[in-house]
Ligand binder design. Structure first.
Ligand SMILES: Cc1cc2nc3c(=O)[nH]c(=O)nc-3n(C[C@H](O)[C@H](O)[C@H](O)COP(=O)(O)O)c2cc1C
Length: 343
């Protein structure tokens, strides 16, 4: 009987396939985020059910010059699989070389960043800057797909600005290069992170009968309800969650539970949140050199305990202290003072 149920599940459970990577139906992806999605944060997100995760973006120039910062971002661990390494750059040769090096690090896929809006990057024609040069975007993607054996995916935006929302045209061209999935953030480059994400075009691309690769929607998913709404309204194959996971990595579990049952999980207690913060902080200190492990935790600390009443003074100490022992002491204090409260 058990065997029958399992095989029935296998028959009816539609998988999302990215090349040879099989993901469950309605996969939840952790968005790549510079200075955020390092191994310590990914560890926590994986525990809460992120189905596919990515490294922070890695400069192709840095990687081929063996820059320490870029090489460190290649660190991936078995418990994180499947994982993608994301690269960016404006030169085809450097991107091809970087893709090969990334492949050697053993991820499940290589993702190309065609969406970063940061001036320094976009003005050089990398990240979202390439949205102004589609022939280069296509040629670069083709060259990378050809150079590596792993599945290659692309993450991009709707277009450069309101007047050039070209994503619908380029989606087919990108598919023709041989990429295995396309993630679309529903904003233009000129919007940066302002306004709200527009998923209409994402839905149109998903419903284009000529598009066969998985389409992953991204932008402004803030809770279980918006996640379900995006799946239901736009029919995307997967959704990618960025900012809402910071300080709330259990969002993956909340979304999955809501998709499966229609019920909202109760919030975590502060005790539980402190345990997560401690775990992440320990791993951050272990993985990063010097003060970086402390500095990069500050954003997480302040979001983990957002909304606690009378927390201002403790918060300030937590995000200014440079001493790991003091920070662990503060986390104990939070547990003592607010432990049973909900986050
Ligand atoms: C701090 C920060 C760093 C980011 N770094 C990257 C990155 O390295 N690569 C990338 O493709 N997108 C990056 N993004 C964009 C996110 O992956 C995502 O597309 C965007 O935040 C929209 O999704 P959200 O509304 O769920 O946050 C970054 C966003 C933030 C806020």
């Amino acid at each position: 009987m058990l065997v029958d149920i399992l095989s029935l599940q296998q028959i009816y459970c539609i998988l999302v396939k990215i090349g040879n990577i099989e993901l469950r139906d309605k996969p939840l992806l952790l968005a790549p985020m510079e200075d955020v999605t390092d191994p310590s944060f990914r560890y926590i997100c994986k525990r809460f059910g992120a189905d596919l995760m990515y490294t922070e973006f890695i400069s192709s120039d840095g990687l081929i010059r063996d820059a320490k910062k870029s090489l460190a971002k290649l660190d991936i661990y078995d418990y994180e699989r499947p994982i993608g390494i994301q690269i960016y750059g404006h030169l085809i040769d450097a991107m091809v070389e970087a893709a090969k090096r990334a492949e050697e690090a053993g991820p499940e896929l290589i993702d190309i960043n065609f969406g970063c809006p940061v001036k320094k990057i976009a003005n050089r024609g990398a990240g979202s800057g390439i949205l102004k040069n589609i022939p280069l975007m296509i040629e670069m993607t083709q060259a990378i797909v050809k150079a590596v054996k792993l599945p290659v995916t692309v993450k991009t935006r709707l277009g450069w600005d309101e007047e050039s929302k070209i994503i619908a045209e380029i989606a087919e061209q990108l598919q023709d290069t041989g990429i295995k999935a396309l993630t679309i953030h529903g904003r233009t480059r000129s919007q940066l992170y302002k306004g709200s994400a527009d998923w209409t075009l994402i839905g149109e691309i998903k419903n284009n009968p000529r598009i066969k690769i998985p389409i992953i929607g991204n932008g402004d998913i803030k809770d279980a309800q918006t996640a379900k709404q995006m799946f239901d309204t736009y029919g995307v194959d997967g959704i990618m969650i960025g900012r809402a996971s910071v300080g709330r990595p259990w969002i993956f579990k909340e979304i999955r539970h809501f998709l499966d049952t229609g019920e909202i999980l109760p919030p975590l207690t502060v005790n539980e949140t402190v345990a997560l913060a401690e775990e992440q902080f320990s791993r951050s200190l272990e993985w990063k050199d010097g003060m970086k492990g402390i500095f990069e935790m500050r954003r997480h600390f302040s979001l983990y305990f957002k909304g606690l009443s009378h927390f201002k003074e403790t918060r300030l100490k937590l995000v200014t202290s440079k001493e790991p022992d003091e920070i662990f002491g503060l986390l104990h204090e939070i547990r003592d003072k607010w432990g049973e409260k909900e986050c």
